[in-house]
Write a protein that binds this ligand. Structure first.
Ligand code: PLP
Length: 441
């Protein structure tokens, strides 16, 4: 079994020197939770400048779907770079953007034709959805969920309700957005559990919100992460999205599925909405779509994408090299990686549920495919959140060469490349078990 190799104190001398320079020149707004300097990546493995190797369960925040530097993605990038680096798809035509648009349009759930707008990031995909919904419906208001993360540009930030630090000092943001509770079966605001859930969260929107303060005929869109990501990797109850679909359809409101984190095969299906049998009006896609090259896409039903020429565009959006990387990524996802995500996800869940048996601090294990959250609590009965323990686990795992990230207040996220092998899952579980044992004595 290959294990991470940690040869120096962390950070090692070369990494420490780079981090010192970083502190001098790079924005202090970034949130580095431990001192990893990534120098080379291959598959699931990262090497730092001091020769330490790490097993990466973050995939660069759920981005490197095909593993670090997959040879076929690298080859596609090299080939495209030799043909055309940039021409701006907003003003000209080129093959890679057209081919990718067709591919994404065909992948979008639902039988209707779709069209694609390209940007460079998740936030831009969300911004595009925000603007299209207003343009098409001529309505001002929007609804999003508490815990949601939709990005950091002013429009996407206005929809975000994940951590207050992300919004502090940035007001006034875009007005007319109402946040409502996202259903968490582990912590249901209505005192339900998944089996008894009557989608009270959705009913509440209609019965309370729409009757008291938000006229439904003025709502342009509801933005939802089909599985909430930064908010804590929260899987909603099975009927939630279908109920939301029915509600939005009833009032002519766009249902925008933000699949920036949950999409592109991560959950074992191309898009997480497919687990729930729901067809949204718009999909926001980014992160995993191009294996690490910057790309965002807003995919909408063709009859809804009726805005006029000049109403929205982006110089770099749909860059040919990013599009080539995305086409290679989608091939790999369809050939084997989506199926691998489903299989390795089950293996992970089984191992984590076994760990939960012997570790009181694991309150909840949830997820689909390789989008898995482990919620850390002080007490299983009271479900008191344990952010300090969660942070300590992430740090201790780093010291052993296992790269994890948190999400939500007290959850550990598992979001590795979809290329992860059965052996790499076992190694991860073994290290996690060692970390938990060392912490509980
Ligand atoms: C669900 C979701 N939407 C949007 C974004 C924003 O993406 P980006 O950071 O590429 O702008 C993120 C990023 O974490 C995300 O998880």
């Amino acid at each position: 079994m290959r294990r991470p190799e940690i040869r120096t104190p962390l950070p090692g001398p070369k990494a420490a020197a780079l981090i010192e320079q970083d502190a001098q020149y790079v924005s202090p707004s970034y949130t580095r939770v431990y001192p990893l300097v990534a120098e080379k990546g291959e598959g699931l493995w990262i090497r730092d400048p001091d020769g330490n190797t790490f097993l990466d369960l973050t995939a660069g925040i759920a981005v490197c779907t095909t593993g670090h530097c997959h040879p076929r993605v690298v080859e596609a990038i090299k080939h495209q770079a030799g043909q055309l680096l940039h021409m701006s798809g907003t003003d000209f035509y080129y093959t890679a953007q057209i081919r990718l648009a067709r591919r994404l349009a065909e992948l979008a759930p639902g039988a209707e034709p779709h069209k694609v707008f390209f940007g460079n990031s998740g936030a831009e995909a969300v911004e595009a959805a925000f603007k299209l919904a207003r343009w098409h419906t001529r309505r001002d208001l929007n609804i999003a969920f508490f815990g949601a993360f939709h990005g950091r540009t002013m429009g996407a930030l206005s929809l975000t309700a994940s951590k207050v630090v992300q919004k502090r000092h940035y007001s006034p943001l875009i007005s007319g957005i109402t946040h409502v509770p996202f259903p968490s079966c582990y912590r249901c605001a209505h005192g339900m559990c998944a089996d008894r859930c009557g989608t009270e969260c959705v009913q509440w929107i209609e019965d309370v919100l729409f009757r008291t303060c938000v006229p439904p005929e003025e709502v342009a869109a509801v933005f939802v992460e089909p599985i909430q990501g930064e908010g804590g990797y929260i899987v909603p109850p099975p009927r939630f999205l279908a109920a939301l679909r029915a509600l939005t359809a009833k009032y002519g409101i766009f249902l925008v599925a933000d699949e920036v984190q949950s999409g592109m095969g991560r959950t074992g299906k191309m898009f997480a909405v497919e687990h729930f049998g729901v067809v949204p009006d718009v999909l926001a896609i980014a992160k995993g779509v191009a294996s690490g090259m910057p790309l965002g896409a807003m995919v909408a039903k063709a009859d809804l994408m009726d805005w006029e020429a000049g109403s929205h565009a982006s110089t770099f959006g749909g860059n040919p090299v990013s599009c080539a990387a995305a086409l290679a990524t989608i091939d790999l996802l369809e050939e084997t990686l989506m199926a691998n995500a489903a299989a390795r996800g089950e293996q992970f869940m089984e191992g984590l549920h076994a760990l939960q048996q012997s570790n009181e601090c694991i309150g909840d294990v949830r997820g689909k495919g390789l989008m898995i959250g482990i919620e850390i609590v002080k007490n299983r009965e009271t479900k008191e959140r344990a952010p300090d323990w969660r942070n300590a686990i992430v740090q201790a795992a780093f010291a052993k060469g296992l790269l994890l990230l948190g999400c939500g207040e007290n959850t550990i996220r598992i979001s590795p490349a979809l290329t992860i092998s059965a052996e790499e899952v076992d190694t991860s579980l073994t290290i996690l078990e060692e970390v938990l044992r060392s912490m509980t004595g």
